[in-house]
Every structure is written in C-alpha cells, then in structure tokens.
Design a binder for this molecule. Structure first.
Ligand SMILES: Nc1nc2c(ncn2[C@@H]2O[C@H](COP(=O)(O)OP(=O)(O)O)[C@@H](O)[C@H]2O)c(=O)[nH]1
Ligand SMILES: [Mg+2]
Length: 450
C-alpha cells in the first residue's frame, strides 16, 4: 500500500515481480539495477538458498524524483517461484501497489505460468486486493530461446484483460526497462488521488508527464558499468550435494532460514546504522571546526587561542587528558596548559621527554595505543603507567617554525584513538598554530610602536 511519510515527504510504492520459478524475475531486477543511476538506487539485496535460488525475495529501491513535493520511492521485490514457498510469496505480496508477472515463454512452462498466475490471483484476494484493478504488467520472458509459446497464445492463456505485455530477454535487459516504466506509470497513476491530483485532469496529465521525464533516463540504455560490488547476496552456508537438485525446504528448515535471513538483514541494517553514526560524528566535528576557526579569527589573546584549540580537541576527540606545551628559548618544551593531570605524562618521564624532543625535530604527528604494533614500547609503557589507553601528539608548527606540542590522551576503557582523530588533531593544531603566531607577532609589532 502506498505509504506516505509526511515528515520526510516521501511516498513509497511497492512493486512485486511475480511468476513461476526460474522464469527470470531476479534477472529483471538485476537488469533494472544495472541500468539505473547509482545515485538514485540502493543496493540490490538478495536472500538466496544455497544453490542461489531466491529464498525470500530480492529487493532494491529507486528514487524517481519529486512529485507534488513528495519524493517518490519505488521498492522492487521478487518472490520465490517454487511452489512450496507459498507462504513467503503471500507475505512478500502484502501491500503491493503494482505487479509485474514474469512468464517463462518456453513451451514446456505453459502450465507453470498458468498455475503461478492462479496463485497470484488467490494471494491478492487473500490480502483483500482486487486482481482486476491492481496495476499489472506482463513480461513474456526468454524470447531468445526455442521452442516458444506464441505471444498470442500467451495472451489468451494469461492476459484476458489485455493489460500491457512486453516480450523480454531479461538476461540482456531487452524489454525489461520498458515494462518497468509502464508499471511505474500505472502504479503512480493509481495512487494519484492520494497524491492529491485525481480530481483534476490537468494535474493528472502533468503528473504523467513528470513521470515520463524521470523515467526517460532509464530507457536511454547504458548499463555497461560494473556494479557487481553493489549487489548483496545472502545465502546460507550449506551447499547442495553435487549433481543433485536442491530439495525444497521443509517448514522447519524454512523457519530456520528465515531466522538466518533476518540476522543477515539486521546485520546490514546495523552496518548502515554505524555508517550513519560515523557520518553524524564527522558532521559534528566539521561544524565544531568551523566554529573554532571563526572564533580563532576573532581572538586577540595568544593564550586564549591555544586554550580554545585544546578545548575543541578534548571535546571532539572525547579524551580525558590533554596537554599543550610551548618551546621556550633554550629550555625546550614547557607545559602551558594541562587537562586531566597535574604533570604532562610525556614530559614528566625522562624517556618521554627525549621522545618529545625528537618529535619537535621530525615535526611529524604520532599516535600510540596500548597493545599496538610495539613500535614505541617506551611510550606504551608510559601510557600504561599513567592509566591511558591511547594518545596522539601533534607538533604545533606555523610557517615551518616549531612552536610546541599538543597531546591528547584517551582512557583505557574506550576504543583507541584512530586515523580520523589524528586528522582532526592535525587540522586543529595547524590552524591554532598559525592564529597564535599571527596574534603574537601583531602584539609585538604594536608594542614596538608604542
Ligand atoms: N536464455 C535466457 N535465460 C534467462 C532469461 N531470463 C532469465 N534467464 C535465466 O534463467 C535462470 C533463472 O532466472 P532468475 O532470474 O533467477 O529466475 P527467477 O527464479 O524467476 O528469479 C537464470 O539462469 C537466468 O540467467 C532470458 O530472457 N533468456
Ligand atoms: Mg529469483
């Protein structure tokens, strides 16, 4: 059933590819996936049996642009064709807004087609949907094979209401996109009233025109790019015995597979969730950097500049300790700001102080974690002793001139600092160093004028 999400201004339409086993439903989705703009589609998810037959469904979504303010999201599903997966077919069909019936045109599949269509009609009725009115399009697939049932005969057998029908060769994509465009048109028009345009013939025509325009790029061909990495197939680890057709699953085994499939889906969704969270964090960091840069450009006191940079580092790296030291004359690094401890763990330790001096010569950032690759056993020992799990040290440099050192120390109870943290600290350190040196020079200049 078309779903409107008013908060996101999204209208979701569900189109199901139905038909006998091995007729080419999955292949149709692959062809559509290949031909569509990666910016507008999701991955193609497949949940398969061990021998690569569709077990539950294939699924991909596609954005078809905006219509009356709503973003149109088309969700494409296939069903498993094998007779015994009746319950799964029925479940996938629930809430469908449109159906593409993929018939296998080979002579010996005539009965399977008729049976599958009967099964479709029964399942639609059981969901309270009307087979006579639901948007429906036919594919007469495998037109490249021989011997075939004549198109007229297929029409008589399967399409008494003369719905749109397309001879197709799904493996080459022939006819598949045309059929897809047709079912999209029919499905969107069938929910036009719910999009708020049904009463007005002009608005309906405009809607149809808009759809034609968003579907047109799909029909222009293309589809030669390699998208294999964008297809996700989940199949259980069991292999069918060599040379044997895979036996249909018992009800019990099916439940077992369902649970596994669910786990796979949950896994995917949690991957997305993680990605989402990491993006959110990056966004937060960008905006805090933006704020810091703005504040730095307004600040006139050099010490405040260093304070602001250190505060941002503590917040954004989520560390419990931080230190900022400056090079003072011949004495080397002297601590200026400390957070979370009374003595800088690095400078307070003789070996640490030595390492710090080397860092100021190399002018390269350093990241160390407990149980890391042991490149810096002295620093690891130092972290352990001070009760930290990881740390980053970044030399403060402006116009090639070493100014000091920024250190950030994360607790041992959290995941260690990582590459992105190092990048963020480097940007922080560089901007603060330049701002610091500028303000200090300006002060000196002003003092000399007085
Ligand atoms: N020759 C030929 N083979 C096809 C065509 N469409 C699909 N196939 C093949 O038929 C087999 C079953 O296709 P699939 O899409 O998995 O069928 P489904 O069970 O309906 O999802 C696969 O080996 C496909 O490569 C077609 O138009 N021509
Ligand atoms: Mg399939």
């Amino acid at each position: 059933m078309v779903q409107f999400d008013n908060r996101q201004w999204q209208a979701k339409l569900k189109i199901v590819y139905y038909g006998p086993a091995v007729g080419g439903k999955t292949t149709c989705l692959q062809a559509i996936h290949r031909a569509t703009d990666p910016e507008r589609r999701t991955k193609l998810y497949s949940l398969n049996t061990a021998s690569d037959r569709t077990l539950f469904f294939d699924l991909m979504s596609l954005k078809l642009g905006r219509i009356r303010g709503y973003e149109l999201l088309i969700q494409l599903y296939t069903v498993p064709g094998q007779v015994q997966y009746q319950a799964t077919r029925k479940a996938v069909l629930a809430g469908a807004d449109g159906v593409v019936f993929v018939a296998d045109s080979q002579v010996d599949r005539a009965r399977d087609n008729v049976e599958s269509l009967r099964d479709l009609v029964a399942n639609l009725r059981s969901h309270g949907m009307d087979p006579e009115t639901i948007p429906l399009v036919y594919h007469y697939n495998k037109q490249d094979l021989d011997p075939l049932i004549q198109i007229e005969d297929l029409e008589t057998m399967l399409n008494p209401r003369k719905r749109p029908a397309f001879p197709t060769v799904a493996t080459r994509g022939n006819g598949v996109l045309e059929g897809f465009a047709e079912i999209c048109q029919m499905t969107v028009m069938s929910v036009a009233d719910r999009l708020g345009v049904a009463q007005n013939p002009k608005a309906v025509e405009r809607l149809a025109e808009q759809l034609r325009r968003s579907l047109k790029p799909l029909l222009g061909g293309g589809g030669t790019e390699d998208v294999s990495g964008d297809i996700v197939v989940n199949r259980p680890p069991r292999k069918p015995e060599a040379g044997k057709e895979e036996a249909p699953l018992s009800a019990e085994a099916l439940v077992d597979e369902a649970v596994q499939a669910n786990v796979a889906m949950t896994d995917m969704s949690s991957t997305l969730d993680l990605l989402n969270r990491s993006l959110q964090r990056q966004l937060r960091r960008l905006s805090s950097l933006h704020e810091l840069l703005r504040d730095l450009s307004m600040e006139k006191d050099p010490k405040n500049i260093l304070k602001m940079a250190m505060k941002t580092a503590i917040q954004q790296l989520e560390v419990i300790g931080a230190s900022l030291s400056l090079i003072s004359g011949t004495e080397g690094l002297r601590p200026l700001l400390l957070h979370g401890f009374k003595k800088d763990p690095l400078l307070a330790n003789p070996k640490g102080a030595e390492r710090a001096a080397r860092l100021m010569q190399e002018l390269k950032p350093l990241m160390v974690q407990l149980g890391g690759d042991e490149e810096d056993p002295d620093l690891e020992a130092l972290l352990m002793e001070a009760g930290f799990g990881s740390a980053i040290w970044i030399p403060l440099v402006a116009y090639g001139r070493p100014l000091g050192l920024l250190g950030a120390y994360a607790g041992s109870d959290r995941s260690p600092l990582e590459k992105e943290d190092l990048e963020l600290s480097s940007i922080l350190a560089a901007s603060a160093s330049i701002a610091y040196l500028n303000v200090r020079s300006r002060r000196k200049l002003e003092a000399s004028k007085v």
